[in-house]
Design a binder for this molecule. Structure first.
Ligand SMILES: [Zn+2]
Length: 271
């Protein structure tokens, strides 16, 4: 049994503001520790259920937030970027399941620190008819590899969004949004205990489920029309409005990669 945990920072308990998520901020060190401990709780839960191998993928920003020396010694960590599969690096057909820790809601929600992949660039992403969060994007990618999703820890809004795709997904609530930069946070120690227990139970009760997309088409809205001018150079992109475009290669994984390339091209200053 081999499990992968994809870990972000914005959905971790105690993390509520932008500066906590940025490496150059004084507040970052604490957030980084909180993120590492929640990831570790999930890994321990998987080992307690009999996992032989547990991978953790650092899925936030520069992707070197998790403090490896503070993880269970049996964990292997995908750290740094770029990684071909980004927040899902380590995904392959041999995995038994994927769990998410520290996940946050989509750009189109009122969750704490809500965004979809790039807070600076992306206003909205739809995959087929689904208003896509990172949870949705990554779960659809896992489906391509026939890998089930079995666990989610995050804020109330991402749990609500995830339930639209997997109504009884095993989950742990970390905080409830009271605003985009505020939340009612549960105590991190309580959250970690619950993550460890729920991950173990989810594995023992075989709660994983493959979350298939109905369509692979990506419909993307950017916040700023200027950010789309470079993106339009790509052959697989069709601009459908000043701020919107489609990616339709017919393959979910290729669309996922083109979408990520678009968010990077959008940050090139061409002026
Ligand atoms: Zn993040």
């Amino acid at each position: 049994m081999t499990y992968l945990f994809s870990v972000d920072i914005e959905g971790i308990s105690g993390v509520v503001s932008g500066p906590q998520c940025r490496m150059d901020s004084k507040e970052y060190d604490r957030a980084q520790k909180l993120m590492t401990k929640e990831a570790n709780a999930a890994a321990k839960g998987a080992f307690n259920a009999g996992a032989e191998t547990v991978y953790v993928t650092d899925g936030h920003g520069k992707m070197r937030n998790i403090i490896i020396e503070d993880l269970d010694e049996r964990v292997e960590l995908f750290s740094g970027r770029p990684k071909m599969l980004s927040q899902m690096e380590g995904l392959n057909e041999e995995l038994t399941g994927v769990g998410y820790v520290g996940y946050h809601s989509s750009a189109h929600s009122q969750g704490t620190l809500s965004h979809t992949y790039s807070g600076a660039v992306v206003d909205k992403l739809m995959i087929g008819d689904v208003m896509a969060s990172e949870f949705a994007m990554n779960s659809f990618l896992a489906a391509k590899y026939n890998v089930p999703i079995f666990f989610l820890a995050g804020d109330d809004e991402i749990i609500r969004e995830a339930k639209e795709l997997y109504p009884d997904i095993p989950h742990v609530l970390t905080k409830k949004a009271t605003g985009r930069y505020s939340a009612k946070c549960r105590h991190p120690k309580v959250v970690r205990k619950e993550i460890k227990k729920k991950v173990k139970e989810a594995i023992e009760n075989d709660r994983g489920r493959i979350i298939e997309p109905e369509e692979t088409l990506f419909h993307v809205w950017f916040k700023d029309a200027g950010k789309l001018d470079n993106v339009e150079l790509l052959p697989s992109v069709e601009r459908t409005g000043p701020k919107e475009f489609m990616i339709d290669t017919g393959d979910l994984e290729t669309n996922y990669k083109v979408f990520r390339a678009c968010t990077m091209l959008a940050t090139v200053d061409s002026q």
